[in-house]
Design a protein around this ligand. Sequence first.
Ligand SMILES: Nc1ncnc2c1ncn2[C@@H]1O[C@H](COP(=O)(O)OP(=O)(O)OP(=O)(O)O)[C@@H](O)[C@H]1O
Length: 276
Amino acid sequence: MLTGSEIEDGLEDAMRHPDPVIDIAKLSLTFQTNDGPVHALSDIDLAIEPGDFVSFIGPSGCGKTTLLRVIADLERPTAGSITVNGVSPEQARLNRAYGYVFQAAALYPWRSIAKNVALPLEIMGLSRAEQDARIKKNLELVNLAGFEKKYPWQLSGGMQQRASIARALAVEPNLLLMDEPFGALDEIVRDHLNDQLHQLWAKTNKTVVFVTHSIPEAVYLSTKIVVLCPRPGRVYDVIDSTLPRERTLDMRESEEFLKIAHRVREGLKAGHAYDD
Ligand SMILES: Nc1ncnc2c1ncn2[C@@H]1O[C@H](COP(=O)(O)OP(=O)(O)OP(=O)(O)O)[C@@H](O)[C@H]1O
């Protein structure tokens, strides 16, 4: 039988080393195409802890979206293993473990903002009262309270993207998967949304996996930055951020920020050199 102090030690250890939300080992994915095999992902090892904000960054074609799609069970790996919340990606998808945000807001133009957020909740068969409560809570979280009755075309691009984040959050996942959600927006709007996303993450304590091409965006938002390189798509570097969890946009001028950005840039350069 375990003694009290052994149980305490075990609990402390579990708090220090929580079970990863995403655990990837020796994972590869090869697409078979008419032009021959495409090695989109090769030998990926990665653990993502609860509450992490992880960015995948790398040049076009290095497998960022494919890796996100594997986590979401939209692609199946050809080798290796992956668990999401301790179960297979398929089971995690069935458990509605994650919300997925695409590059385009992908809102239905004939539905109001509230009705767009409600869509997955209708599919889940939630009561009307529960749907209304979740719509209200999540639109408030993304600062869109008061826009329930508007249609997507009445909102700016940034607001539409916030609405699509509210829709992803409405299923109450512990994991948010975001594929270049701000890639199509101008820099000022993007800065603003990065700030809001950071606050939202800090408030909700979700685990976020975020695909980006932008070094400042990755460094500003992430607790962990995964630098990928192409042909075959693989992990070149994993950087645990030394910035405090609380972030402000003016930190982007700090020495620490520039040091991390430099390391990401070096990784991207080295990955390209392999390709040339
Ligand atoms: N369904 C598919 N069939 C065949 N090849 C594919 C498929 N999906 C992706 N690929 C290939 O796999 C590789 C990785 O693609 P992926 O879209 O994951 O890269 P990415 O890093 O997200 O690129 P980008 O930054 O341009 O979005 C590329 O060579 C791509 O052409």
